[in-house]
Structure formats: C-alpha cells, structure tokens
Design a protein around this ligand. Structure first.
Ligand code: NAD
Length: 481
C-alpha cells in the first residue's frame, strides 16, 4: 500500500489530524494507496510556509527562478517512465497516452514558463510631451492552485509553473481522485533546487482542502480547473474577498462537420476528439453535427470504426481506451446513457460496460458510445457527461450548424471541418467558444489564450495571459519638466 504524504515547507509530512482516504486503481477497482485527508490545519501550515518563502523567492533573479524551474522540467523528463506509469495506474488512462501526452506536457509546462518569464515585459505609454506612464508587474503572494483528475499532472503543472515563474509561492491541491503524480513530483521539488516553502502540495477532499485554500485570507489569488458547479461555489466564496480568480470549467463541445470536409481526416480525428482519454478531456467534442449530404456515410463509417476500438488494460499498447476514473464517475456516465434512451435516443454502438477477466474484473470499463436521434435541447445534449459518450445529429445549413453549436450554456471549444476557407472564417467567427479548431483538434500552442466563455469559465490560461494573471500591474504616471 502506497502512503501519499503532503509536501509542506520542503518536507513530506503526514496530515495534522492523521486521517487518510482511500485511493483506487480504476483498472482493477481496488484500493492501492492512501492519501492524506487533510483539512484547514494542513492548509494553514502550507500557507504559513508559502508566506514565509515569498519575500525571498519573489526577489530571486529571474535567471535563477528560471534555472530551477528548468531543472524541475528536466527531472520530470528523467522520470518520465515512472510518472507515466503512476499516472496511468492512478487515472485508468492508457499508458501510451500518459507517456506521449500527459507527462511530456507537464515537462513542457515548466520549461515553457521557466523561459517565458525571461521574455515577459510590461508596458510604457508616452501620454504627452512631459508625461510618461509605465506599468510594473509584480508577483502577488501565495497562489492557490486547484486541479482536476482528467489530466492530472498536465493541468496541475499548467497552473503551478506560471505561478512560480512569475515569483509567487504556491499552495497546490491535486484532485483526490488522482493524487499520485503530484506526490511523485513533490519528491523532485527539492532536487530541482526550489527553496523550502515555495511550492507546497496539500492532498485531500475538495470541500476540505480546496475550500480551506479558497477561504484563506492570505491566499489572494486562486487558479481553479474543474467542474462548473465547483467553480460557482469557489466564486461565491472568493468574490466577496476580492481575490483574483481564474476559473477553467466544464464544456459540451460541438463538432461541425460540413459536406465539403476532407472526409477521411474528419473521421480519423473525430474518433480521437470523441474518445481520447475515455472522453474525459474538457476539450473532447461530445455533440457531433454532420451536414445532411454526408450524414449517413459519416455516421456509418464512424460507428464501424468506433465499434472496433479496443477497450482494455491501460498498460496494454493496443488499448485505445482504458478505464473510467472512478466508481462514482462510472455510475454518472452510465446514468447519462440511460437518460439518453429515456429521452428517445438510439444507441448506435456501445452503451454497455466491458467485463474484463481476472484482476481487472472489478475495473470500470465502458464501450465508446454513439447516440442518435436526440434534439439539441434535451439534457443529454445540454449537460456535460465527460465520458466516452457522444451524440450525432444532421444539419442542413451553415446557420443551423452555428445555432446548434451555440445552443448550450457552455462555450469552451469547438471543431469545424470544411475545405472552404471562407466558411472556416465565417463559422469560427460566429461560434461562442473560447477555442475553435478548424480541420484539427487539440493542437496546443502554449502561447495561445486557453479558456472558455459562458459557463465554461472566466479568464484565460497560457502564454502571457497566465503570466499577467499571476502578477499585479501597477501604473506609475510621471510628469517631468
Ligand atoms: P471538480 O470540480 O469535482 O474538482 C476539481 C478540483 O476541485 C479537485 O481538486 C477537487 O478536490 C476540488 N474541489 C472540489 N470541491 C471543491 C470546493 N468546494 N472548493 C475548492 N475545491 C474543490 O472537477 P473534477 O470532477 O475533478 O474534474 C472534471 C471537471 O473538470 C469537468 O467538468 C471538466 O470539464 C473540467 N475540466 C475543465 C478544464 C478546462 O480547462 N476548462 C480542464 C479539465 C477539466
């Protein structure tokens, strides 16, 4: 049994009250580790350490902050195999995916912001002959970073890296569902040369640890990625305290596939955009709208390919999908498949559990599922399912496609498939979405603004946006003779 510890002030420590919660392996459905069930006392210790470390860290030369963060990035790379295995075991995602996407991206997040901070500049405005305004951007203090379970180390580092690079100290909380890679990362922090207290990790339940971070008066900025309902709770608490807030929330992303698309490319990528990571990526397209002229051809080819996707042991190289992350989430996804049928949906493929043998017989596996025959306003098409379940529906005109795409309360990402450059621009412009991919999906350039509109969040991560979030601007206006 692996016992996970908190990482506070440069040391691995037990939770103050000595309480623990079980951590499950999705592939087997069995408990394989214990994580601290920390509470506000542990958060207090972490915030105290981070506060004490802030004065020194925020004054470190940029080059030195950059150097230790680059070292942490290298250490992630050197431990890629171990971290990927841990991530796959903890989350249920295929090992090949953790090796090729999750851990390399965590490495790159640290190197990107470690180097980015050395190029980050603020503005100066010459107002008139004898007046100049210039803006300073300074680190703010202790940053609270709270992340979800779907891309554990990838999203954890996506917040922590810019927060630290900008000169803040951090109290971070990974998801209690997938704590392992953050725990392994904590073993690398001292090795990288990051001073004690600069980067603290507290494990535990959201309502206890996450809330204690959000409520803490000495944590002036909160960067959160997770569900929309949790985001609203955090906003309710943090807003009256006037904290700086970045909220990256849920999605219900549309894929618009036009008659004039490159059919084979659209088909191939839609398999991924629907079911990568068991459909548990906030950017997965879960509503597929196909123009009438190719609807049947696309649907039939899609169903055929999806029905052949292998669901299996995450450690096997040929498993296209692994296990669903947790029992409660497994039950939630299944309840949506049930709901879809009650709403009149027809299951074209999937819709059932996969029963595995031997040690995997208690794991949580679902066949990738395609549902047809639902209108856009039903709950299945309005609510985030966040699993291997997509709906498919035809449309006739471009206007109708745009209306359908914009018909939910979410607005995170959208995908458009067309060979017409004019249509690509026209449609992209009209989509109410933070991100639009045309003829591709999940192509990520870390310099671009990342985030959603409507119920998908407030604020943007990535590039200068992240460094601006993690710094406080001050305008200084000087009149001189
Ligand atoms: P969640 O909201 O349940 O939990 C996210 C994190 O918040 C966890 O660490 C959790 O412990 C913590 N938390 C829970 N309640 C809290 C509270 N009251 N106060 C403070 N912290 C609390 O989300 P999840 O189930 O872990 O993740 C899935 C969700 O995340 C989906 O909705 C998905 O779309 C979203 N997501 C969004 C993005 C994005 O970039 N927009 C990326 C990945 C996932």
């Amino acid at each position: 049994m692996i016992i996970i510890k908190n990482f506070i002030n440069g040391e691995m420590v037990d939770p103050v009250d000595g309480d623990w919660v079980d951590n499950y392996e999705p592939a087997t459905g069995k408990v394989y580790s214990k994580i601290p069930a920390s509470n506000s006392k542990d958060v207090e210790r972490a915030v105290e350490a981070a506060k004490n470390a802030f004065a020194e860290w925020s004054e470190w030369r940029l080059e030195d902050r950059s150097r230790v963060l680059l070292r942490l990035s290298e250490l992630i790379d050197e431990n890629l195999e171990i971290l990927a295995k841990a991530e796959s075991r903890d989350n249920g995602k295929p090992l090949w995916l953790a090796k090729s996407v999750d851990i390399p991206r965590a490495r790159d997040n640290f190197s990107f912001f470690a180097t980015g901070i050395r190029h980050f500049a603020s503005e100066s405005h010459r107002t008139s002959d004898h007046i100049i305004n210039y803006t300073t951007r300074k680190p703010i203090g202790v940053a609270g970073c709270i992340s979800p379970w779907n891309l554990p180390l990838y999203l954890f580092s996506w917040k922590v890296a810019p927060a630290l690079a900008a000169g803040n100290t951090v109290v971070a909380k990974p998801s209690e569902v997938t704590p392992m890679s953050a725990y392994l990362l904590s073993e690398l922090i001292n090795q990288a040369g990051i001073p004690k207290g600069v980067f603290n990790i507290v494990h535990g339940l959201g309502g206890d640890v996450g809330m204690a971070i959000v409520e803490h008066p000495d944590v002036p900025l909160i960067s959160f990625t997770g569900g929309t309902v949790t985001g609203a709770t955090i906003a309710r608490t943090a807003a009256p305290m006037f904290k700086k807030l970045s909220l990256e929330l849920g999605g219900k992303n549309p894929n618009l596939i036009f008659d004039d698309c490159n059919f084979e490319k659209a088909l191939k990528t839609t398999l991924n955009s629907s079911f990568a990571n068991q459909g548990q990526i906030c950017l997965c397209g879960s509503r597929i709208y196909v123009q009438r002229g190719i609807y049947e051809k696309f649907r039939d080819a899609f169903v055929e390919k999806v029905s052949k996707m292998k669901v299996g042991n995450p450690a096997d190289d040929d498993s296209r999908l692994g296990a669903i992350v947790s029992k409660p989430h497994f039950e939630k996804v299944k309840s949506y498949i049930q709901l879809a049928q009650e709403e009149g949906g027809k299951i074209l493929t999937g819709g059932v559990e996969v029963k595995m043998d031997g040690e995997f017989s208690e794991g949580w596996y679902l066949r990738p599922t395609i549902i047809e025959g639902l209108n856009e306003s039903c709950r299945t098409n309005q609510e985030e399912i966040f699993g291997p379940v997509v709906t498919i529906q035809p449309f006739d005109t471009e206007e109708e496609a745009i209306r359908l795409a914009n018909s939910t309360g979410y607005g995170l990402a959208a995908t458009v498939w067309t060979e017409s450059i004019n249509r690509a621009h026209r449609v992209s412009d009209k989509l109410k979405s933070g991100i639009v991919w045309v003829n591709c999906w999940l192509v990520r350039d870390l310099r671009t603004p990342f985030g959603g509109v409507k119920n998908s969040g407030v604020g943007r991560e990535g590039g200068w946006e992240a460094l601006r979030f993690f710094t406080e601007p001050k305008n200084i206006c000087i009149k001189y003779d």
